[in-house]
Each structure stands twice: as C-alpha cells, then as structure tokens.
Design a protein around this ligand. Structure first.
Ligand SMILES: [Zn+2]
Length: 156
C-alpha cells in the first residue's frame, strides 16, 4: 500500500480488494457441492484475477456510470485475487498461480494454511500497515511517532 499515493481512490481500491480477497475460496464450497472445481484450481490463477477485474470493473461502471470506476473495480478485483494468491503461496499446498500461461505448480511451503500464528500475524501486520498508510497520508504519522517517543520517555 505504501508505494501508492494517499488519496480516496486508492483507499477505496485497498478496502475493496481486501474485502473481496476471500471470495476465491468459494472453490471449497463448490467442491463440496460436487461441482467440477478443486481447491486452489482455476479460481487461484492469473486468469481468475483478470476475470475478477473485468467483472468487478463492469459492476462498478454499471453503478457509477463513469469509466474511472471501471478502472477502480478492475484494479480492486484483480488485486483481490493476486493478494489472496500471494498469501496462499506461503503455505504448503502448491497451485498454478500463472495458469493458463504457465502451468508450473508453486508453493513456498513456509507454513500450513491453518497456522493460527501466521494467519493472525499477517492479519495484524496488514491492519497496522493500513493504519500507517492512513496516518502517513494525512501527515499524522510523525505526530503519532512523537507521541510514542514521549510515552517511552515518561516510562523510563
Ligand atoms: Zn485460497
């Protein structure tokens, strides 16, 4: 988030992408219901990211009737899938993130998907990064850091 300029559009993209990012695991539900999907199959691919971007772009354009909102929707939908895949890549279960362009299965095998410490740790880091992004964008980060420094000086 930090490389992106601080503005309302980027905050909207970040919030939408984060909110949509869990939708990929609908493949678990489809698999249980007998549909021809397997977990971390087609929903976890760069093609799914492009499709999600186009569909969410159309959805946003339909709602706001401005091409800018197609772009916001596209980036949010695309980044929702990509960010989910980046998280899943940390786990042991390999999948094909670049399918159908590259069919290699990839996994960094750092932890299991159900690792509570990893999930809560990443959730906490992500939330803190978002607050830092907001505070830095509003020019309040230095005030916040000074307040923390003052607090430590008092505690010494
Ligand atoms: Zn997943």
């Amino acid at each position: 988030m930090i490389p992106f300029e601080y503005n309302t559009i980027n905050i909207l993209i970040i919030v939408l992408a984060a909110g949509l990012s869990t939708l990929l695991d609908i493949d678990l539900q489809w698999q249980r219901q007998g549909y021809p999907f397997h977990h971390r199959g087609r929903t976890h691919s760069i093609l799914a990211a492009l499709i999600a971007g186009v569909l969410f772009g159309i959805f946003m354009w339909y709602g706001f009737k401005e091409i800018l909102y197609f772009g916001i929707g596209f980036i949010a939908g695309f980044m929702a899938v990509v960010s989910h895949m980046l998280g899943d890549l940390l786990t042991h279960m390999a999948f094909k993130p670049l399918w159908p362009f590259d069919k290699r299965e990839v996994s960094f095998g750092i932890c299991s998907a159900s690792n509570r410490a990893a999930n809560e740790g990443l959730g906490t880091v992500g939330t803190l990064a978002f607050f830092v992004y907001i505070l830095n964008g509003q020019g309040s980060l230095s005030v916040f850091i000074d307040a923390i420094k003052s607090l430590f000086r008092i505690l010494e």
